[in-house]
Design a protein around this ligand. Structure first.
Ligand code: COA
Length: 259
């Protein structure tokens, strides 16, 4: 059996800490141990003077399909200190700049974590989706606050209530990503941006990042905490159980019995 922490890799290259989500057989679905490994990587980056920039990436064909849905069924988060919430707090409070590089699917937390990054680059294969309602759940990671701020109320409603997939072109149009690079060039182009950022004066980078975020930091923390409570409540309810069982049983969910 795999040591689950190996499903998250870390590699320091030219002052850039690359955090890789590497579970391609499950489309990089995130387990508790993987959240823990990412949190440790983010938190230790703050102390490590060699690290100027953090770069989160998935595998060649997928960023992440979000929380492992079997974990939601068998090993659900237990509260504020569960691995997923610790990870979300770590990424939302990171002082060093965080870049995300997205190929393929970025589902659920695969998209909400991007709302906390400083730069987001994708290729034309990128597909973003927030299927919280489809799963009988509710938004997380302060996305009910950050997404409408970014894209407007109507678009946020469309993305969250219908759970429709956003392709790369649309993501660029609505400001979810900075740039789309051709798939074969993505890593080189993103590394060039990361190296450029790592060469900037680090204290000024950290100060500017904190100024960009500080006006909304308290609101983000409060909304994230409230959403977290509601998310856990929803997860225990029959609507979510039906949605998750349907995914595991590879069938369409049927919500017709619920009112
Ligand atoms: N949790 C657990 N397993 C997952 C997963 C997830 N979030 N996403 C994908 N997988 C697994 C599938 O069960 C499948 O495993 P199997 O081969 O053992 O059956 C494998 O990864 C490939 O997924 P599959 O669904 O066959 O790929 P696809 O290309 O047809 O569809 C997605 C890709 C991303 C659209 C689809 O996998 C999906 O909707 N996943 C769930 C996303 C989700 O709801 N995440 C939680 C958000 S809160």
């Amino acid at each position: 059996m795999n040591d689950e922490t190996e499903l998250v890799t870390t590699f320091l290259d030219k002052g850039i800490l690359k955090i890789g989500i590497q579970r391609p057989d499950k489309l990089n679905a995130l387990t508790l141990a993987m959240y823990d490994a990412m949190t440790v990587a983010l938190e230790s980056a703050e102390q490590d003077k060699q690290i100027r920039v953090i770069l989160i990436h998935g595998t060649d064909n997928c960023f992440t399909s979000g929380n492992d849905l079997r974990d939601f069924a068998g090993n659900p988060p237990a509260g504020e200190n569960s691995p997923v919430f610790r990870f979300l707090r770590a990424i939302s409070q990171a002082q060093k700049p965080v870049i995300a590089m997205v190929s393929g699917a970025a589902v659920g937390i695969g998209t909400t974590m991007l709302l906390h990054c400083d730069l987001v680059y994708a290729d034309e294969t990128a597909r973003f989706r927030l299927p919280f309602v489809n799963l009988g759940l509710c938004p997380e990671a302060a996305s009910s606050y950050l997404l409408p701020k970014l894209v407007g109320h109507l678009r946020a409603s469309e993305i969250l209530l219908l759970g429709e997939t956003i392709d790369a072109e649309k993501a660029l149009e609505i400001g979810l990503v900075n740039r789309i690079f051709p798939h074969p060039d993505l890593l080189d182009q993103v590394m060039a941006k990361a190296v450029q950022l790592a060469a900037q004066p680090p204290a000024s980078v950290r100060l500017t990042k904190s100024l960009l975020k500080e006006n909304q930091a308290q609101q983000v923390a409060e909304v994230m905490s409230k959403e977290g409570d509601l998310f856990l409540r929803q997860l225990a309810k029959p609507e979510a159980q039906e949605a998750i069982n349907a995914f595991i049983e590879k069938r369409k969910a049927d919500f017709s019995q619920f009112s």
